[in-house]
Design a protein around this ligand. Sequence first.
Ligand SMILES: [Zn+2]
Length: 453
Amino acid sequence: MGEPCDLLVRGATLVTAGGLVRADIAASGGRIVEIGPDLGPGARETIDATGLHVLPGIIDSHVHFNEPGRTEWEGIETGSSSLAAGGGTAFFDMPLNSLPPVTNAASLALKRAAAERTSRTDFAIWGGLVPGNVDDLEPMRDAGAIGFKSFMCGSGVEEFERADPATLRAGMKRAAALGMLVAVHAEDEDLARLRTAEARARGTDARTWLTSRPVELELAAIRTAVDMAGETGCSLHIVHVSSPDGVALAREARARGVDVSIETCPHYLLLNEDDVVARGAPAKCFPPLRPEALRLGLWNALESGRIDTVGSDHSPAPPEMKRSSNFFEIWGGISGCQHGFGLLLSEALARQAPGVALPRLSGLLSANVARRFRIDRTKGRLAVGLDADMTIIEIGPEHALSNAELLYRHRQGPYDGRRSRVRIDRTIVRGSTVFSQGRVALGGPAGQFIRPA
Ligand SMILES: [Zn+2]
């Protein structure tokens, strides 16, 4: 290196697909320009990362930041700040809960403009697949949508309708022709109605609510979705798979040649149904948290390489929507994009050696996401030529997480008091520090829109 580079990260342990490697990273113009031992002679900014681990920047492929239209629920500025504090360098925002929902190119452009104003991290935007909008899929693709999201059961907001089977089939067919991926929230509508009616007749508490969304809903919907993807030749992504049986069904379909990928979320790996009862509203989500045996089964699926990606499904709501004496009436959604990833890394380290746990989980949080969503020419790995996106963590003694440190618009979350060995030391987006020493950097460059190749 003759010229000094913009940024030099020295002395760290890099988390790569091949294992842990001691090396320095040099970046210029927002990209990684060199990786190797003892890089020099100097740089405009040098970060001493001795004793720390550097992961490729975490890409959260599943958040609801609710802007425009419901910024009082979260908003892109607080959402992306929280994500950066949790180690995230990019997010994919879901089409619903913002108003208008993203179901055409015009609403996508509105969200893009909002994010370009206030996002601390890079971002992509999901389009929605809803009844009546199949002809909007192509314009949304052309506007840069990362994929099309649909619900196989009610979504929780009336302006984003469930994709009935005819809509889902037509949407998958069109998406396949457009070379785009369809994501599904996989819970069966008929079973959801039936089990909910049965449960409501028995009571209104959390334990009773749990019986309204058993695993059979997920399995029925996954069967339908993978069959339809097979028929139409569509690439399918199943979001927030909550059970090992759900993973197995999708893997069987993949073995038959269906192009299907499997996402799960930190909360299904960190919490179980007893936490819904003990912690209440902050731990309510759809599909619900599962019994302990299923949580452990999901870890086995992850550690044997059968899960593709992990996204937070950060889904906040104002406190008044998280309060009711009737558990059925409480908003279903976990706020988790700040605490979830660090805690998940800590839990993985409690189960396996760092050289196994970190590369595996990092792959699910970065490289696999980038590859599946075709942004791997610029993101997902620590490699020369790619964006200098880095999540720097310290693995140390256990400390307790607190909701008081949350940067969400509403400091709600299910991890208050949980102990973690992982602390997010610094988050770097395209060579610029967006979070360090517990603070989000002010006045940095704005986040950039990411579109699939
Ligand atoms: Zn979601």
